[in-house]
Design a binder for this molecule. Structure first.
Ligand code: CP3
Length: 343
């Protein structure tokens, strides 16, 4: 599998490619199955439909990897926190109020509550071509904690997750408690995905950019290092991709201190800066701006070439800097894959 070779440190030209949110509302066949399932959570917990949705973009575009179709909030939901996805609003959870409420969440449910997800992993693995890698994933503890403590995303830029950020100072023990529970259960949850057939795993740290450097070390680097160390102790050859979105100057420290195999880059971090900052031999994943997919045509092909050339000579996995949005035309993704293959 080309993706695993690059994660092992090989350099491939053209690089292997997959895209965050490659399954989703921009695809008519997804919208069709999604309407059959009812709500998004029912789709995630229906192994037959979730496996089908995972495979849809592989059939259409032949990506080098499939990513399990699920969500980072499945873990807190499995542990016992209510979750619903309101149409057009994103996830809604009742914000955790206290350590007493936190204590009601049950770590044992990281296995029993996620059984349908493991069934999806087994089905996808059985349905994938042998050259296509299967990526399992979880949210990183801090990013998942943001949703558990604020109850929703989507606050205005610069004031994301206001309650979580205040709690870091007001009731740090509560934040630490949530992160502790998530660190332990994420290890169990990802190990179960590996046992069910995931070829590698990815940690989504979408909100790492809202922390000060000091809090980033405590709430991002330390838990990530624990997860990576525990998983590698059990699976020495397992590859773990970290995605510390918008982490800015903390990038190199994140890569060196956590021990992750590869780092996913957001679109605002250009190749020259990332390569200069990170130790030689770092494996990069990224980082086309998904906005260009809405434009298509020449701006898109130029953007793709800039990413390809920027990381040429490095171990690189082509991806976006964030997920595909629902307004993208399926033809834009076909153009993207053609451009990469012709490079
Ligand atoms: O990438 C993939 O194709 C795999 C599946 C996947 C989803 N969410 C499916 C999804 C993955 C890896 C995620 C991760 C995720 N979920 C993150 C981290 C990555 C990021 O985007 O920063 C976050 C923060 C979430 C939480 C979440 N889930 C939000 C904020 C939303 C609403 C956004 C939206 O587009 O509506 C979701 C819902 C969600 N997760 C959808 C999909 C396909 C849309 C659901 C639908 O069909 O209505």
């Amino acid at each position: 599998m080309k993706l695993l070779e690059v994660l092992n440190g090989a350099k491939a030209w053209p690089p292997p490619a997959w895209l965050m949110r490659q399954a989703g509302r921009y695809l008519p066949e997804y919208r069709e199955l999604r309407s059959q399932a009812g709500d998004f959570l029912s789709l995630c917990t229906n192994p037959e439909l979730a496996a089908e949705v995972t495979l849809q973009p592989i059939r259409r575009y032949g990506f080098d990897a499939a990513i399990l179709f699920s969500d980072i909030l499945i873990l807190p939901w499995a542990l016992g926190q209510d979750l619903r996805f309101a149409e057009g609003e994103g996830p809604l959870l009742p914000p955790l109020q206290s350590r007493a409420e936190l204590a009601k969440l049950d770590p044992a449910r990281a296995i029993s509550g996620t059984a349908p997800i493991m069934e999806t992993v087994r089905r996808v693995k059985a349905g994938l071509p042998s050259e296509t890698a299967l990526i399992g994933f979880a949210g990183s503890p801090f990013t998942v904690a943001c949703y558990m403590l604020d109850g929703k995303g989507g606050a205005k830029a610069g004031n994301e997750f206001p309650r979580t950020r205040l709690l870091c100072f007001e009731d740090r023990a509560l934040v630490e408690g949530v992160i502790e529970l998530l660190t332990e259960t994420t290890i169990t949850y990802l190990q179960a995905q590996v046992d069910a057939g995931a070829d590698c795993v990815m940690l989504f740290e979408s909100w790492s950019g809202i922390l000060t450097s000091s809090l980033f070390r405590d709430f991002v680097i330390a838990p990530t290092k624990r997860i990576v160390t525990a998983l590698k102790a059990k699976n020495p050859r397992l590859h773990i991709i970290g995605f510390p979105r918008h982490c800015g100057l903390m990038l190199a420290e994140y890569v060196t201190a956590t021990g992750i195999t590869a780092v996913g880059l957001d679109s605002v971090t250009d190749a020259v800066t990332a390569i200069a900052a990170c130790p030689p031999g770092t494996v990069f994943q990224g980082n086309l701006d998904p906005l260009l997919l809405r434009l298509g045509g020449e701006p898109l092909t130029q953007g793709i070439k800039a990413v390809l050339n920027g990381f040429r000579g490095q171990s690189h996995i082509f991806n976006l800097g964030h997920g595909i949005t629902p307004d993208v035309k399926p033809e834009a993704i076909a153009l993207l894959m053609d451009t990469i293959r012709a490079a």
